[in-house]
Design a binder for this molecule. Structure first.
Ligand code: FAD
Length: 408
């Protein structure tokens, strides 16, 4: 059977392009189908998120040849400070601080805005002759055969390949059509996201306040700017989002504190409803799931995309090594290696984030005392603290080569 491409990818958000590039650089032909027209997705106002990219994710972007162009847009994370607190009084004096100098690997990670990351992926895909990007069309059906898989697009076109990878987000149609079930729940929380300009420099510090209504992250961007990820109950977030800018800032100030001086808005305001969504399997015959399609997590520790890029690096390595051995890259044996590598790690982290969110998003005095004690212990033990820093930098576990910045 002649294939249109070796690998078909449904979804061209962030993990789809990263996987397409990792595979194309290793000799595969790849077709990416994305429902959203690429020029629209690349517009600066499309997505207000800034991603806290772990050091390992930065190494993957460097291995794919993207980092030199992105570096001037990225803010190194030199310190992470977490604190318990109340909405009325702001952060408590019990802080847990991690400094990049403790692991001697450079910054713990980088903050990068979506508008720069997606644009870099798009330019790299357009420049890569082995990648074909079809945007503005959706995958509507998939049919698996003995030697390949065929997909049908909303345009009526049919495409065939050896493997279909679902990078189509937490509502993944690829997973649903493959009969993969999901577990998940809404958090009843919505994240308010905006860029904030402040008077004083952040010095590369990322802050995470655990407030009873939900966590507030203040993440450093280049210049005197930070990106906030401010989680509130759905109803409160809807109310805050409806406020005019001045009142939005009035609601934010007591939570944000005044340690960075006067604050103002530095761009549009966005909201994201928060949920957990875990696929029961990351693979099915001639199908693999990557990124949010496999595991959509709470953004509490900024790990969602980092987890997805781990999938990307692992799947690219498994498929490349299999192809070099002459194996069929869509065979159950090959796909099972990917599932073995990624499923336990991703599911454990997703459930861990879920637990942290429920433990911290409340004002129970007993839990508060326990949390403060726990943070005090981690703070006091350097070995434990270094372990947390290496984990946050994505340097623990069985790391695929691309996450070590090495070619496959
Ligand atoms: C508020 C917030 C803050 C976050 N902060 C961080 C952070 O600091 N660090 C971090 O690592 N992660 C963070 N994340 C997580 C991160 O945003 C996600 O993990 C990541 O965007 C998922 O990318 P993806 O490519 O897997 O899925 P998506 O970005 O959801 O992309 C899916 C794509 O598939 C396309 N699609 C869907 N169905 C079809 C179809 N049938 N046919 C064709 N195309 C289809 C869609 O159009 C879309 O382009 C955050 C998340 C939130 C909500």
């Amino acid at each position: 059977m002649t294939q249109d491409a070796d690998i078909l990818i449904a979804g061209g958000g962030l993990n789809g392009p990263a996987l397409a590039l990792a595979l194309a650089r290793n000799g595969f032909s790849v077709t990416v189908v994305d429902g959203r027209p690429a020029p629209q997705r690349a517009e600066p106002g499309f997505d207000g998120r800034a991603y806290a990219l772990a050091l390992a994710s930065q190494r993957l972007l460097a291995a794919l040849g993207l980092w030199d162009g992105l570096a001037p847009r990225a803010q190194p994370i030199l310190r992470v400070v977490t604190s318990d607190g109340t909405t009325a009084t702001g952060p408590s004096p019990f802080v847990l601080a991690f400094d990049h100098a403790e692991i001697e690997e450079g910054p713990m990670g980088y903050l990068l805005e979506d508008r720069f990351l997606y644009a870099a992926f798009l330019a790299a895909m357009e420049a890569e002759p082995r990648i074909r990007l079809i945007s503005g069309a959706t995958v509507e059906a998939q049919e698996v055969g003995a030697s390949g898989v065929t997909i049908t697009l909303s345009t009526g076109a049919h495409l065939s390949g050896r493997l279909l990878v679902g990078c189509d987000g937490r509502q993944s149609g690829t997973a649903r059509r493959a009969g993969i079930r999901r577990t998940g729940w809404g958090y009843g929380q919505t994240a308010l996201v905006a860029a904030i300009e402040h008077e004083r420099p952040h010095e590369g510090t990322a802050w995470q306040y655990f407030l009873p209504s939900g966590p507030l992250a203040i993440l450093p961007l280049p210049g005197n700017r930070s990106s906030i990820v401010w989680s509130e109950s759905d109803a409160a977030a809807a109310e805050i989002q409806r406020l005019p800018d001045a009142d939005y800032l009035t609601a934010l100030r007591p939570r944000f504190g005044d340690f960075l001086g006067a604050i103002s808005l530095a761009g549009e305001r966005f909201t994201y409803p928060l949920s957990l969504s875990l696929a029961h399997s990351f693979v099915a015959p001639r199908v693999a799931l990557v990124g949010d399609a496999a595991h959509g997590v709470h953004p509490i520790a900024g790990q969602g995309l980092n987890l997805g890029l781990r999938d990307v690096a692992a799947l690219a390595e498994v498929l490349t090594l299999a192809a070099r051995r002459g194996e069929d890259v869509g065979s159950p044996l090959v796909l099972d290696r990917y599932q073995q590598w990624r499923r336990f790690d991703a599911t454990a982290l997703a459930l861990g984030m879920d637990m942290v969110n429920s433990l911290f998003s409340n004002d129970n005095p007993i839990l508060r005392a326990g949390r403060d004690l726990g943070m005090g212990i981690v703070n006091a033990v350097p070995g434990l603290r270094r372990g947390f820093i290496r984990q946050a930098a994505g340097l623990t576990g069985d790391l695929p080569r691309l996450l070590q910045g090495r070619p496959i």
